[in-house]
Design a protein. Structure first.
Length: 265
């Protein structure tokens, strides 16, 4: 077993993934475990986490899970303490928890604005605030924020979502500079539409407002990529694992696009 672990690039590392119950977060948690890391996972509801924990443990990794609403700083502190204690430490933090929503800007609901910023941006702030002292103390860490291609460009009907994800990228770059002296890197991954339950909800919304069929609605999202397809969660997970490696220490403050070449910067 010891010889086997030596061939796993993240052996001995401990990672935390928020929003891990499905979609991108679930794929990242599994990929980190496959690469050798023990993994702590959380989501608003823990009902779907137990099955994921079983899959991770089947790979020979330790897994700890708990529920957490990232918009509540008290819950975030509790989650951080539970996962840190259960894992015996944390080296890698993946901020994946997020939601989507759309509305034309005319008569835009204030509630939608506040909710998206609370989850997508302030949630990342709270989680980083809870874990960064540990990373600073040990003078090592990898923080990976799951942003969006909407962090790089604007989009119709997604003012709140775009603003929240631009904020995540700004926070990523600010922390990358501030935490650099402590051997901590902070990067963002910016995917376009990913084949997840969140995108399924977007498809349903398009169908409801346009009369498109499911196939037409899904294809309208796929056309946002020059490759004319949705990104798969495992593609995002592969980049997260790469950024978590010791050998990726020279990558800091970056936004890595996964959008088939739609935004080339």
């Amino acid at each position: 077993m010891t010889e086997l672990l030596q061939h796993l690039p993240l052996a001995g590392k401990r990672a935390v993934v928020t929003g891990a119950s499905k979609g991108i977060g679930r794929a990242i948690a599994l990929a980190l475990a496959e690469a050798g890391a023990d993994v702590g996972i959380c989501a608003r509801s823990s009902s779907e986490l137990e099955q994921l924990a079983t899959q991770i443990e089947a790979q020979g990794r330790r897994c700890v899970f708990t529920s957490c609403d990232v918009t509540d700083p008290a819950q975030v502190e509790r989650m951080a303490n539970e996962l840190r204690t259960g894992l015996g430490g944390v080296h890698i933090l993946v901020n994946n928890a997020g939601i989507a929503g759309s509305h034309k800007f005319l008569n835009h609901p204030d509630e939608l604005w506040h909710r998206l910023l609370a989850v997508n941006l302030t949630g990342v702030y709270y989680v980083c605030k809870a874990f960064v002292p540990t990373l600073v103390e040990q003078r090592y860490g990898r923080i990976i924020n799951i942003a969006s291609i909407a962090s790089r460009v604007g989009g119709r009907y997604i003012a709140a979502y775009t603003a929240s994800k631009h904020g995540v990228l700004g926070l990523t770059r600010a922390l990358a500079v501030e935490l650099l002296p402590y051997n901590i890197t902070v990067n963002a991954i910016c995917p376009s539409y990913v084949n997840t339950p969140m995108t399924d909800a977007s498809v349903s919304n398009i169908m409801a407002h346009t009369g498109m069929s499911e196939e037409q609605a899904r294809q309208s999202l796929a056309r946002s990529s020059p490759q004319n397809r949705l990104i798969e969660p495992e593609e995002v997970a592969a980049i997260a694992v790469f950024l978590a490696l010791d050998s990726s220490k020279g990558i800091n403050g970056q936004a890595i696009n996964i959008d088939g070449g739609g935004v080339m910067s």
